[in-house]
Design a protein around this ligand. Structure first.
Ligand SMILES: [Mn+2]
Length: 424
């Protein structure tokens, strides 16, 4: 975040206190004989504090270049951090890794986004525990904006018992996100997290894995939650936490899940694009691939939905006419026409082709809080990187490979696209 961003964060943090003081001064003036001028002065002060924040957030929303530069600053700061980043190596053909993000564990009430996904998640953990994978939980593991840690942890002690076994095996990495950044502080972690995991587990802002093959270095896997530099997590934390609490209350009232199912893996949204742009310009010497979460949308290189072109639709029309002319059976005609109408509706509903992730320097795990109970994650083993979903198509507790590529290929393609020449 820029210096301006940091100033805005301070202004936003002070504003609620000034608002409270203003209300008290107004009440005092109205109810007692207290003079009005302190209330007026406080109201002016409040406007002076709030206006720049509102303008800043509006500019951030409307100016994509500015938004991207703020995200880039946040990620660069995380990348260059000395103490908050776990640095390790990853041997291409031997090491195994599974990355899950955004569980948003709550208290098993209707606002809890995780309980539907619990079965898939514990099945996945059990599998990766037995197969020797290292587990990275990449932030927003507990939903601590809506809930208190002491209410969440006891609800999911069975899930944490599985995570504890990864830690006992030396294969557990915990990264914080914006909704669980309470764990940055030792005090909170000591009170709730350590007892559940039965150990003083370190928490990181990011993970930097140097990929090696035999002795040679092929590149860097940089894992971070992905909220770095965003206004809601860093500027509006003091304001948005109560906001999320109110949202949680509404969600409890109306029992509506927050996430839609994982329909496609694609690069479409501004925040995904901002992280992709940053990864592209990372120092060349690192040959960096960013793996993030936070957006709840899986991203995996070429894996993206096909949006029909005019030619595709013309082709469907031609095929239908051919079948009709050939006197095809109603069943065949029915299917051909269904394909045509489906493609036409896909165009009408404004499904735009997503941006190509080229070079493939940005991956997103998706999340473990989909409304249909699915979880998605990024798995690396046997030299391949995969986007996986639990359960599989039959609903069995097994992984469905949505896409996969040799990690070596990914790193080679990224290397061909130079990043910034700066130091690693
Ligand atoms: Mn997040």
């Amino acid at each position: 975040m820029s210096a301006t961003g940091r100033v805005m964060r301070v202004l936003a943090a002070v504003a609620p206190a000034v608002l409270l003081a203003t209300l008290l001064a107004v009440a005092a003036a109205a109810l007692t004989g207290f003079p009005w001028w302190p209330a007026a002065a406080l109201a002016v002060l409040l406007a002076v504090l709030v206006l720049p924040v509102v303008v800043y957030l509006q500019v951030l929303k409307r100016n994509q270049r500015f938004y991207r530069s703020e995200i880039a600053r946040g990620l660069t700061r995380a990348l260059e951090s000395e103490h908050r980043v776990l640095k390790d190596s990853f041997e291409l053909r031997e090491d195994k890794l599974i990355v899950f993000s955004d569980l948003h564990k709550g208290t098993r009430d209707p606002a809890d986004d995780f309980w539907r996904s619990e079965r898939a998640y514990v099945a996945a953990l059990a599998y990766y525990l037995e197969t020797g994978h290292r587990l990275v939980v990449l932030g927003d593991v507990e939903e601590l904006w809506e809930n208190r840690a002491r209410d969440v942890i006891p609800q999911y002690k069975d899930v944490l018992a599985l995570e504890r076994q990864f830690h006992a095996a030396g294969r557990y990495v915990r990264v914080w996100g914006n909704h669980d950044d309470d764990w940055r502080r030792d005090g909170d972690a000591r009170k709730y997290l350590f007892p559940a995991l039965d150990a003083e587990v370190p928490r990181w802002e990011a993970v930097k894995l140097t990929v090696t093959d035999g002795g040679g270095e092929l590149g860097t896997l940089f894992l971070a939650h992905g909220h770095q530099g965003t206004a809601d997590s860093q500027i509006l934390a003091s304001v948005s936490r109560p906001g999320v609490m109110i949202f949680g209350f509404l969600q409890r009232r109306f029992k509506r899940p927050w996430n839609t199912p994982a329909v496609d893996a694609s690069l479409r949204e501004p925040h995904d694009l901002a992280m992709f742009e940053w990864a592209k310009t990372a120092p060349s010497a690192l040959n960096l691939v960013l793996i993030a979460g936070h957006t709840h949308r899986p991203v995996f290189w070429r894996s993206r939905p096909h949006v029909p072109s005019d030619e595709d639709i013309a082709e469907h029309e031609r095929k239908l006419e051919q079948e009709r002319a050939a006197g095809a059976a109603p069943e065949v005609l029915g299917r051909a026409r269904a394909r045509l109408e489906y493609a036409k509706a896909q165009r009408r509903t404004g499904v735009k082709p997503p941006t190509a992730v080229d070079p493939p320097c940005y991956f997103n795990t998706g999340c473990c809080a989909f409304a249909d109970g699915d979880v998605t994650g990024i798995e690396i083993s046997g030299g391949r990187i995969r986007l996986v979903r639990w359960p599989d198509d039959a609903g069995e507790p097994a992984h469905k490979e949505l896409d996969s590529e040799p990690l070596e290929t990914i790193l080679e393609v990224v290397r061909e696209h130079p990043g910034s020449p700066g130091p690693a």
